[in-house]
Ligand binder design. Structure first.
Ligand code: C2E
Ligand code: MG
Ligand code: MG
Length: 676
């Protein structure tokens, strides 16, 4: 300040001197005429006054400039520009002000960096962040919140977050409770769309009540919800057919039973199991199988009455229930008409992958409350009736009776007993003669297995082979059969020159058992029998399952000298070209066609076609299950090579077969039917 005082004193002195000189000049000029001196003094005075004025102007300017600078800087800071430093020159008087302003600028700059940084962080978050007052009025949001709600920041701020929620009905809750308690909510966006969101919150504990509130973090969980719905759906519905699965079907049935009980009505349950569906899968592949099931489900859904509930319980098992059956009407008649609809829909041709497929189904029917009071028993009983229907050649329906359930229990018991059958030597091998229709002689036999279960009598293979195939018991049984046949053969061969060729039935599991070929070779070797004395029978269906692998196996067996035949021919779906790949020597026409020769023209034509086809392919043809003369005559007339059936003889013991062959060798035995 001193500097300014001194400058002011000097200025005062100069201007006073100038002014004094001018006054003196004016006084003198009144008393005498102006001469050069006076003029000079006047000029000096004016000059001094001018200098003083110039100096004042300068001093005032130098005083004003830094303040101006300060004002400019302050204005820039005020408008948010914190980048330019505050400098006002070297005026020591303004230095403290300058420093204070610079300090403030730096502070504000730092705060602004922090604030920008926080905004960047918030805006980079995928989750929507909404800061609200204590009564959920929005005060701040990030970019994700804008995107989620579809409103701009300005539109969001001031809105009540609670009011942007959609009332969702939940079990036990009528409407959405206050947002503050939710973990999940549904919001309504600017476009009116509803979006499920997850909600997490934390309270904003600011010192000032003005800033107290809540920070909400929300995330769009549409995808998760969709996945959850899908999982829930998949847990209850079959993904292929879109029908209720077993769990859901049982659940619906349970509800149906409860409703029917309240209104004194009857629930009918139809249990459906497709007959030989496995063959479609095995022959045409699983894709074709799946497609068939899809078509079937669509057909049944369309054909069944509206009140019927259809479900897929397992692979080829379906079920239908109808809950409103009138107890005053005949419930059997009412249900039978539905069963007939099912049978007829399923018997229609299925066009799958350019194939024409035919299916049949076995249906078991049980009623609630007459046959069972609860879901589990009702299903079990309908299943038992279905099993009964299937045993009776399928393609039909049967109503449950208590004896059927006993049969199902028996089946389970059999399974456990079968495990011990081998140890207890309960298996027996019988031999059914095969005859040559040209030479009229017995040319061998088919080895047929029996299970002689004490208390049950002889159990047919159709009863226990499928049970054995469900487990790996079939492998032990298969080994036992091979060994027993080789032993018997060895014994016979010791007494006669040629006991003929003996056929052994093979199941798929056996064929695909590890090192099956080596096992066969070992068995033949151990018993010192020639493999060419045996023929392995493989069903057409087995053959077509995994054909590549089967061809390889059969080639090895063939190379060993074993003959191979296709069993139950005509029941599978093999094509001629497929058959040609296998080293097969004999086709065995399934007995269902042979049986039909008598009355069914189609069957007779099929038998004839198979014989012709076998001949064309250089194979021998054997007709199974020949029972009548008409059948025999037809077969002979069409040059069928071999035959087998009750007409020539049932399956007999190894001893009886040996006796028969010895008698034939000695000319003391003739197959009666062939000479009648
Ligand atoms: P398959 O190989 O087709 O055997 C022919 C079946 O027809 C035999 O029934 C036989 O007793 C029966 N049969 C023969 N002639 C006539 C007839 O004139 N009329 C009637 N109604 N039936 C006749 P079986 O012995 O009950 O065998 C059934 C099936 O069990 C066999 O069918 C075969 O696939 C299987 N099987 C039998 N033994 C074995 C075995 O040792 N191992 C395996 N894996 N399966 C076997
Ligand atoms: Mg057979
Ligand atoms: Mg057969």
């Amino acid at each position: 300040m001193n500097k300014y005082k001194q400058s002011a004193k000097a200025l005062l002195l100069i201007s006073l001197s100038g002014a004094g000189l001018l006054v003196w000049l004016i006084v003198l000029s009144r008393s005498r005429p102006v001469n050069d001196w006076l003029l000079a003094i006047g000029v000096v005075g004016i000059a001094l006054v001018c200098v003083a004025a110039a100096l004042v102007w300068r001093v005032l300017r130098s005083l004003d400039q830094p303040i101006h600078e300060l004002i400019k800087s302050a204005e820039q800071i005020g408008s948010g520009n914190y980048a330019t430093q505050v400098t006002v020159g070297d005026d020591e008087n303004l230095a403290p002000l300058e420093q204070a302003l610079e300090h403030m600028r730096q502070k504000l700059q730092q705060t602004s960096i922090n604030s920008n940084y926080l905004t960047t962080v918030l805006d980079s978050m995928n989750d929507a962040v909404l800061v609200t007052t204590q009564d959920t009025v929005i005060t701040r949001v990030n970019a994700a919140a804008e995107a989620l709600f579809g409103f701009s920041i300005d539109q969001l701020i001031g809105k009540s977050l609670n009011e942007m929620l959609v009332a969702v009905e939940r079990p036990g809750q009528d409407v959405t409770p206050a947002l503050l308690e939710l973990d999940e909510a549904v919001i309504r966006t600017a476009s009116g769309q509803t979006i499920p969101v997850s909600v997490s919150r934390s309270s904003l504990n600011a010192a000032s009540t003005e800033f107290k509130g809540t920070i909400f973090v929300m995330r769009d969980i549409t995808d998760r919800k969709r996945a959850e719905r899908r999982i829930r759906y998949l847990a209850r519905f079959d993904s292929l057919t879109k029908l209720p699965n077993r769990m859901q079907f049982q659940h619906l049935l349970q509800q149906g039973i409860a409703r029917a009980r309240r209104s004194d009505r009857i629930v009918a349950l139809l249990y459906l199991d497709l007959d030989r569906f496995k063959e479609i899968n095995d022959t045409f592949g699983h894709e074709a199988g799946d497609r068939t099931l899809e078509i079937l489900s669509e057909r049944l859904t369309r054909a069944l009455p509206k009140e019927a509930v259809l479900g897929r319980l397992a692979g080829d098992e379906f079920a239908v229930f109808i809950e409103g059956i009138d107890p005053h009407e005949d419930e059997r008649a009412q249900t039978a008409s539905i069963a007939r609809v099912v049978l007829s829909e399923i018997s229609k041709v299925f066009y799958v992958q350019q194939h024409e497929l035919f299916l049949t189904v076995s249906i078991g029917i049980a009623f609630c409350p007459r046959d069972a009071e609860n879901v589990i028993d009702l299903i079990r009983h309908a299943d038992a009736a279905m099993y009964y229907s299937k045993q009776n050649s399928g393609n039909n329906f049967a109503f449950y009776t208590p004896e059927m359930n006993a049969a199902a229990v028996e089946r389970l018991m059999l399974k456990s007993k079968l495990r011990r059958a081998l140890e207890r030597e309960e298996l027996v091998m019988l031999y059914q003669p095969k005859v040559d229709l040209q030479t009229n002689t017995v040319i061998g036999a088919e080895a047929l297995l029996r299970w002689r279960l004490p208390g049950f009598g002889d159990i047919a293979p159709s009863q226990f082979i499928p049970l054995a195939e469900e487990t790996s018991l079939i492998l032990g049984i298969g080994d036992w059969v091979m060994n027993r046949v080789c032993e018997d053969y060895k014994r016979w061969n010791a007494q006669i020159v040629d006991p003929g060729r003996i056929s052994i039935n093979l199941s798929l599991k056996q064929l695909h058992q590890a090192s099956f070929v080596a096992r066969c070779r070992n068995i033949f070797r151990r018993h010192e029998v020639n493999p060419s004395c045996f023929e392995l029978e493989i069903t057409e269906t087995t053959l077509m399952q995994d054909p590549k692998r089967t061809i390889k196996l059969l080639d090895e067996l063939f190379a060993m000298g074993v003959s191979l035949s296709i069993d139950d021919f005509g029941t599978g779906y093999s094509s001629l070209s497929a058959l040609q790949q296998f080293p097969i020597s004999t086709l065995k026409i399934d007995q269902s066609f042979v049986r039909g020769i008598d009355e069914n023209k189609d069957d007779a034509t099929i038998v004839r076609a198979i014989i012709d086809m076998g001949n064309a392919m250089g194979m021998k043809v054997l007709a199974e299950g020949v029972e009548t003369r008409v059948q025999l005559d037809y077969l002979k007339a069409h040059q069928c090579h071999y035959a087998q059936g009750h007409l020539f003889g049932k399956a007999i013991s190894a001893e009886d077969f040996l006796a028969m062959m010895i008698a034939q060798q000695n000319g003391q035995y003739q197959v009666a039917a062939l000479f009648a």
